[in-house]
Structures are given as structure tokens and as C-alpha cells.
Design a binder for this molecule. Structure first.
Ligand code: PGA
Length: 246
């Protein structure tokens, strides 16, 4: 069985010094994690090199928070897969709802990012999810299906993570009920058409809801924002325990 994937997205938080201090506090807390899971941190671009150095020798992996579709070029403010690979980055978040919203990223652009990431050897973490208004109007499934189908077009699903992140649950403290998150993740699995695809849930994941989320049949991991900024809290999330069922 594939490993569970527990990822922390730091967004626009953490200087290099703060990232080093996080690693120093975090590593001893996750030294004895069960081998059925992998842990990833996604720092801002400027802290990738420092964090990569601070985590060297550990099993903790690094993701970028976005990636461009070209290897180099006149793209002010962007970063490419070869630049990330140089620092040992293994994953790249694409299609997070924040760049979708603030920078109007389209499904087509997101698919280009994911394809380029995969071609370069990075594992894309493709985020999808509906807004509050879309859920209220009964549009959630149609919207997510479109994001999934356009997002994964041409990708190898064996080297891909899809993160279901309902926008209304991100940073709001309103977690999607575990059973509903699981239902959507199961639908996504069907739309991707690859039963072994790794699917994460994201949106107000905390130490007090992680065990219930990870106990769901179709949730293979989590993408954590705010709660990944605290070493002890994120270590608790990484150390989730699923009750043994008879
Ligand atoms: P949150 O963010 O955990 O702070 O809700 C999740 C995300 O945006 O990936």
C-alpha cells in the first residue's frame, strides 16, 4: 500500500532563520514516525535552501508552493522545476485555491505546471475544491470534476497527489465533516480513474481532527496550512493514529 502523505504548506510564512528553528524543534519529534507515512514541508521559495540543509539526513521531504511550466525564461516572479530540483525538492503544489483566486490561475495553466513538474521528476500536489457559493448552489461536484479532469490531463497518476481542499474550509476553522470529505475524495478517485491515486484532504486540519480524517477509507493524507507552522502541533498531526478496526 502507498504511504500516507502528510504535507504542511507554510504559505507566505517563515524566514530562513525561522525555518531552521522549526526544523531543529520538529526533527526530534518525528524521529520515530511509523514507516507507513511520509511527511513533506512546503516553505516559501526563499527558505527552501535553508530548510533543505536543515532537514538533510532526515526523511522529511520538501515541496514548492508552485512551479512554472518552462524551465527558464522571461517570467518575472516565477520559479522553475530545475531550480527546485537543485535544492532536493521532491514535490510541487499546483492549483492551490489562493493562486487560483489572487492570480486568476486557470485549469489549463495548472495542468501545464503539473505536466512540467512531472516531466522534470517532481510529484505535483494538485489542489481542487469548491467555494462556499458553489457548494450552496449545488455546483460543488461539477466544479471539482472539471478541476480534476482538466488538471490531471496527460499526467501519470502514479506520480501525482490530488488534494481536495474545499475553499470554505481553508483557514476558517470550519473543517469539512470527515464523512463528506471522504465522499468527495472517493468521487475524485473515480474521476481520475486510477484506484491507487493518493488523495489528500485539506482545510483546517488540526491535531484534534487528524485521527478522524485519516481513519476515512478514501483519505490518504492531508495538506495542512496554519497548523503546520507549529513544530509540536504538526508533529502531532504527522503522528496521527487510526483506531484499529476489527
Ligand atoms: P489551513 O490551510 O489548514 O490553514 O486551512 C490549508 C491549505 O490552504 O492548504
Amino acid at each position: 500500500m502507498a504511504k500516507a502523505v502528510i504535507a504542511g504548506n507554510w504559505k507566505m510564512h517563515m524566514t530562513c532563520a525561522e525555518a531552521r528553528a522549526f526544523a531543529e524543534a520538529f526533527l526530534p519529534l518525528v524521529a520515530d514516525l511509523p514507516s507507513d507515512r511520509e511527511v513533506i514541508l512546503a516553505p516559501p521559495f526563499t527558505a527552501i535552501a535553508a530548510l533543505s540543509e536543515a532537514l538533510s539526513g532526515s526523511a522529511i521531504k520538501i515541496s514548492s508552493q508552485n512551479v512554472h511550466w518552462d524551465g527558464s525564461g522571461a517570467y518575472t516572479g516565477m520559479i522553475s522545476a530545475p531550480m527546485l530540483l537543485e535544492h532536493g525538492v521532491t514535490h510541487a503544489i499546483v492549483g492551490h485555491s489562493e493562486p487560483r483566486k489572487y492570480y486568476s490561475e486557470t485549469d489549463e495553466q495548472i495542468n501545464h505546471r503539473a505536466r512540467a513538474a512531472q516531466e522534470a521528476g517532481l510529484i505535483p500536489i494538485l489542489c481542487v475544491g469548491e467555494s462556499d457559493a458553489q457548494r450552496e448552489s449545488g455546483e460543488a461536484e461539477r466544479v471539482i470534476r472539471r478541476q480534476v479532469e482538466q488538471g490531471v490531463d496527460g499526467l501519470d497518476p502514479a506520480a501525482l497527489v490530488v488534494a481536495y481542499e474545499p475553499i470554505w474550509a481553508i483557514g476558517t476553522g470550519k473543517t469539512c465533516a470527515a464523512a463528506e470529505a471522504n465522499r468527495i475524495c472517493a468521487l475524485i478517485r473515480g474521476w481520475v480513474g486510477f484506484p491507487e491515486i493518493t488523495i489528500q484532504y485539506g482545510g483546517s486540519v488540526k491535531a484534534d481532527n487528524i485521527d478522524q480524517l485519516m481513519a476515512q477509507s478514501d483519505i490518504d493524507g492531508v495538506l495542512v496550512g496554519g497548523a503546520s507552522l507549529d513544530p509540536a502541533g504538526f508533529a502531532r498531526i504527522a503522528g496521527y493514529q487510526v483506531p484499529v478496526t476489527a
